[in-house]
Design a protein around this ligand. Structure first.
Ligand SMILES: NC(=O)c1ccc[n+]([C@@H]2O[C@H](COP(=O)([O-])OP(=O)(O)OC[C@H]3O[C@@H](n4cnc5c(N)ncnc54)[C@H](OP(=O)(O)O)[C@@H]3O)[C@@H](O)[C@H]2O)c1
Length: 256
């Protein structure tokens, strides 16, 4: 299917599951993230079909330099996936200032940095697919996730405009919108969830990273569609679009 993929955030969680399914399909995969230890563990799991490079996507200059070096060494990727991101839930007044800046820098600016780094190479090759990662919280604002939702709405807006902009170059853009997914990042996120958010989530679908990765692989094979919403969350996505008042009742913070 794809010859070569760069997976940013590919050392853990959803990104690692995507990398693993790409390797299984015969794609040469480069996983990228900050921590050398996580990258080493990922490559040990992925086997000889994968290589790793360290990069912090919040740093535009380094991201571009790492991508340029990889392209010189291995060639232009025909698939770029970025899942690098995190959620720090909490009511707006309680969110640490570094996480307000951190989520914007990682989830939104980091996504833009990755795309700006790869775009000249994809444009020159005249083909390729870019997958960004939003969230179900990028389709509907969830209480306790004000800043996170803002970044993930931003990823969708960015990706939609990008898709229309790069179409003449033969480049396709998709956005992955996972629901709650059992990953190391989700474990960390759960430590900060207000009790009301945890209670409201009891009825929400929770997937494995492999299920989310499979949904993406299926969408890539179909070669159409923009938002990739895994099975189990499609009804919610439809309700968000067509029954906003029902969704508002379901997602609003309970009045004490
Ligand atoms: N899990 C969920 O419930 C869920 C639901 C909806 C959307 N999402 C979204 O899906 C994506 C992946 O989530 P996940 O749960 O799989 O997260 P995760 O388990 O924490 O994995 C995140 C990956 O991104 C890398 N990363 C984080 N910050 C980075 C940075 N500044 N530069 C480069 N790499 C960075 C991490 O490695 P290093 O720490 O080594 O950098 C790791 O490989 C995120 O964008 C998240 O918002 C997740």
């Amino acid at each position: 299917m794809h010859q070569r993929a760069f997976v940013f955030g590919g050392s853990e969680g959803i990104g690692l599951a995507v990398a693993s399914q790409l390797v299984a399909a015969g794609t040469q995969v480069v996983v990228l993230s900050r921590s050398r230890a996580k990258l080493d563990a990922a490559v040990a799991q992925l086997g000889s079909g994968a290589v790793a490079r360290s990069v912090d996507v919040t740093d535009a200059g380094t991201t571009t330099a790492v991508v340029d070096a990889l392209v010189a060494e291995l060639g232009v990727p025909d698939l770029v996936v970025t899942t690098a991101g995190y959620a720090r839930p909490g009511y707006l007044d309680d969110l640490p200032a570094e996480d307000v800046v951190g989520m914007v820098a990682t989830n939104l600016v980091g996504t833009i940095n990755v795309v700006r780094a790869v775009l000249p190479h994809l444009r020159a090759s005249g083909t390729g697919t870019i997958v960004t990662t939003s969230s179900m919280a990028g389709l509907a604002g969830v209480f306790g996730y004000t800043v996170y939702s803002a970044t993930k709405f931003g990823v969708i807006g960015f990706s939609e405009a990008l898709r229309r902009e790069v179409r003449p170059y033969g480049i396709d853009v998709r956005v992955l919108c996972p629901p709650n997914t059992l990953t190391p990042g989700f474990d960390e996120e759960n430590k900060h969830k207000p009790a009301e958010v945890l209670a409201a989530e009891e009825s929400v679908a929770t997937l494995s990273p492999e299920q989310v990765a499979s949904a993406l692989m299926r969408a890539l094979r179909r070669r159409r569609g923009f938002l990739v919403v895994p099975k189990g969350s499609r009804l919610a996505a439809t309700a968000i679009r067509y029954a906003p008042s029902v969704v508002d009742r379901a997602l609003r913070r309970p009045t004490p």
